[in-house]
Design a binder for this molecule. Sequence first.
Ligand code: HEC
Ligand code: HEC
Ligand code: HEC
Ligand code: HEC
Ligand code: HEC
Ligand code: HEC
Ligand code: HEC
Ligand code: HEC
Ligand code: HEC
Ligand code: HEC
Length: 284
Amino acid sequence: MRQPSKVWLFLGLAALILLLTSVIRAQQKGDGCVKCHEDEVKAFAADPHATGKTTCESCHGNGAEHAAGGGDRSKIFSLNDAGSKEVSAKCLECHEKERAKFEQTAHSKGRMSCTSCHTVHGAGGSKHELKTTEPELCNKCHKDVPQQFAAPVHHPVNDGKVSCSSCHNPHGEVAAKGMKKTERFSAECKSCHKEQAGPFKYPHAAVNVEGCMGCHAPHGGDTAKLMNRAKVDTICTYCHAPALLVKGKTVNGHQPGGAAGTCISCHVDVHGSNSSEVFFDGSK
Ligand code: HEC
Ligand code: HEC
Ligand code: HEC
Ligand code: HEC
Ligand code: HEC
Ligand code: HEC
Ligand code: HEC
Ligand code: HEC
Ligand code: HEC
Ligand code: HEC
C-alpha cells in the first residue's frame, strides 16, 4: 500500500496544478465576469492587452466581491467613474515609456487622461487602440487647426502622408538633452527633409537660433514654401538688420530699394552650404 499513496500524491498535485492553471486562465479570459459582461469579455479576446498576463483585474482591480455582490459598483474600479489622474495612473503602472513626460503635458494639465484618446474596449482593432484615426482624433478638440491645413499651402495631413503625431508627441516632449523647444521641432522636420537638414560645412545659424520655425509655418498658410511671413525678405531682415547689411557690404542687393531681387536670389542655399559661407549656389 506504500506505492499507491505516492501515485495519489502525484495525481493530487497534478490535479491541483491543473485547477490553478485553469483558474488563472479563466481569470485571463474574464470567465468570472463573462456571465454579466459578455460584450467586454468578447471584445477583450482581440485586444492587445490579452497577452495572457493582463487580466480584467489588472485594470479594474479584484472583482471577487463585486461579482459576489451581483455587480456592486462600489466594489470595482470603474475607469468611467475615476478622475483623469487616477485613470492615467492606472495605465502608467505598466506603460513606463509614456510616464516620463505625460504628466507635464498640456493634455494632462488640462485634465485629459489616456482614455481621452485611447479606448481599450471595442476599439475594433484600430491601430494603437485610438478612438478615431488622426487627424480627426485631434481635430475634434483643436477646432482651429483644420482650417490651417485647408490653406493653399499646407503639409499633406489630410492625405495621410503626414500626421499630427509626425511632429507632435501626444505623450509629451522627447526633447534631446539641453535642446531648445524649437530645436526639438527641427529634429522632427529634419527626419523627413534630409536635403535641408545638412549637416553643412557652412550651416545657417538661423536654424540653431530659432529652428525651422524661424522662417517657416508648420501647419499651413498662404505663402509658397510655407514661409512664416508673406515676403521672404522681411523674414531675413527680421534677424539681419538692413542698416547693418548696408554698413557691412556695399552690395547692390543690400541697398534699400536695391533692384537686385530678393535676398534668396543671391543667397540661394539658405539652409546651409558646403561651398559658400554666404550661401551662394555652390553649383555656379
Ligand atoms: C487595459 C485596461 C483594461 C482592461 C484589461 C479591461 N478594462 Fe474594462 N475598462 C477599461 C477602461 C479604460 C474603461 C472605460 C471605458 C473606456 O475608456 O473604454 C473600461 C470600461 C469597462 C466597463 C464599462 C463599460 C464601458 O464600456 O464603459 C466594463 C463592464 C468593463 N470595462 C469590464 C471589463 C472586463 C470584463 C474586462 C476583462 C475581459 C476588462 N474590462 C478589461 C480598462 C480596461
Ligand atoms: C453577477 C454579475 C456580475 C459579475 C459576475 C461581474 N459584474 Fe461587473 N457589473 C455588474 C453590474 C450589474 C454592473 C453595473 C453596476 C451599476 O451600474 O451600478 C457592473 C459594473 C461593472 C463595472 C463598472 C462599469 C462602468 O460603467 O464603469 C466594471 C468595471 C465591472 N463591472 C467589471 C467587472 C469585472 C472585471 C468582473 C469580473 C472580475 C465583473 N465585473 C463581474 C455585474 C457583474
Ligand atoms: C492626445 C491624445 C493621446 C493621449 C492623451 C494619449 N495617447 Fe497614447 N497615443 C496617441 C497617438 C496618436 C498614438 C499613435 C502615435 C503614432 O502613431 O506614432 C498613441 C500611441 C500609444 C501607444 C503605442 C505606441 C507606443 O509608443 O508604444 C501606447 C502604448 C500609448 N499610446 C499609451 C498611452 C498612455 C498609457 C497614455 C496615458 C498616459 C496615452 N497613451 C495618452 C494619442 C494619445
Ligand atoms: C497590467 C499592465 C497594463 C495596464 C494596467 C495597462 N496596459 Fe496597456 N498594454 C499592456 C500590455 C502588456 C500591452 C501589449 C503589449 C505591448 O504592446 O506593449 C498593452 C498594449 C497597449 C496599447 C497598444 C499598444 C500598441 O502598440 O498598439 C495601448 C494603446 C495601451 N496598452 C493603452 C493602455 C491604456 C490607455 C491603459 C489604461 C486604461 C492601459 N494600457 C493599461 C499592459 C498594460
Ligand atoms: C479631448 C480633447 C483633445 C484631444 C482629443 C486632443 N487635444 Fe491637444 N489639447 C487639448 C487641450 C484641452 C489642450 C490644452 C489647452 C490649451 O493649451 O489649448 C491641448 C493642447 C495641445 C497642444 C499645445 C501644447 C502646448 O504645450 O501648448 C498641442 C500641440 C496639442 N494639444 C496637440 C494635439 C494632438 C496632436 C492631438 C491628437 C493626437 C490632440 N492634441 C488631441 C485637447 C485635446
Ligand atoms: C509638420 C509638423 C507639424 C504637423 C504635421 C502638425 N503640427 Fe501642430 N505644430 C507644429 C509646430 C512646429 C508647432 C509650434 C509652432 C510654434 O510654436 O511656432 C505646432 C503647434 C500646434 C499647436 C499649438 C498652437 C498654438 O497656437 O499654441 C496645436 C494645438 C497643434 N500644433 C495641433 C496640431 C494638430 C491637431 C495637427 C494635425 C491635424 C498638427 N498640429 C500637425 C508642427 C506640426
Ligand atoms: C533662414 C530661413 C529658413 C530657415 C531657418 C529654414 N528654411 Fe526652409 N526655406 C527657406 C526659404 C527662403 C525657402 C524657399 C526657397 C526657394 O523658394 O527656393 C525654403 C524652402 C524649404 C523647403 C522647400 C524646398 C523646395 O525645394 O520646395 C523645405 C522642405 C524646407 N525649406 C525645409 C526646412 C527645414 C526642414 C528647416 C529646418 C531644418 C528649414 N527649412 C529652415 C528658408 C528657411
Ligand atoms: C512625416 C514627414 C514630414 C515631417 C515630419 C515634416 N514634413 Fe515638411 N513636408 C512633408 C511632405 C510629404 C511635404 C509635401 C511635399 C510635396 O508635396 O512635394 C512637405 C512639405 C514641406 C514644405 C514645402 C511646402 C510647399 O508646399 O512648398 C516645407 C517648407 C516643409 N515641408 C517644412 C517642414 C517643417 C518646417 C517641418 C517641421 C515643423 C516639417 N516640414 C516636417 C513631410 C514632412
Ligand atoms: C532667426 C534669425 C535669422 C533669420 C530669420 C535669418 N537669418 Fe541669416 N543668419 C542668422 C544668424 C544668427 C547668422 C550668423 C551670423 C553670424 O555668425 O554673425 C546668420 C548668417 C547669415 C549669412 C552669412 C553667413 C555668415 O556666417 O556670416 C547670410 C548670407 C544669411 N544669414 C542670409 C540670410 C537670408 C538670406 C535670410 C532670409 C531667407 C536669413 N539669413 C534669415 C540668423 C537669421
Ligand atoms: C545681388 C546679390 C545679393 C542680394 C540680393 C543680397 N545679398 Fe547679401 N550678400 C551679397 C554679397 C556679394 C555678400 C558678400 C559676400 C562676401 O562677403 O563674400 C553678401 C553678404 C551678406 C551677409 C553677410 C554679411 C557680413 O557682414 O558678412 C548677410 C547676412 C547677407 N548678405 C544678407 C542678405 C539679406 C538679408 C538680403 C536681402 C535683404 C541680401 N543679403 C541680399 C549679395 C547679395
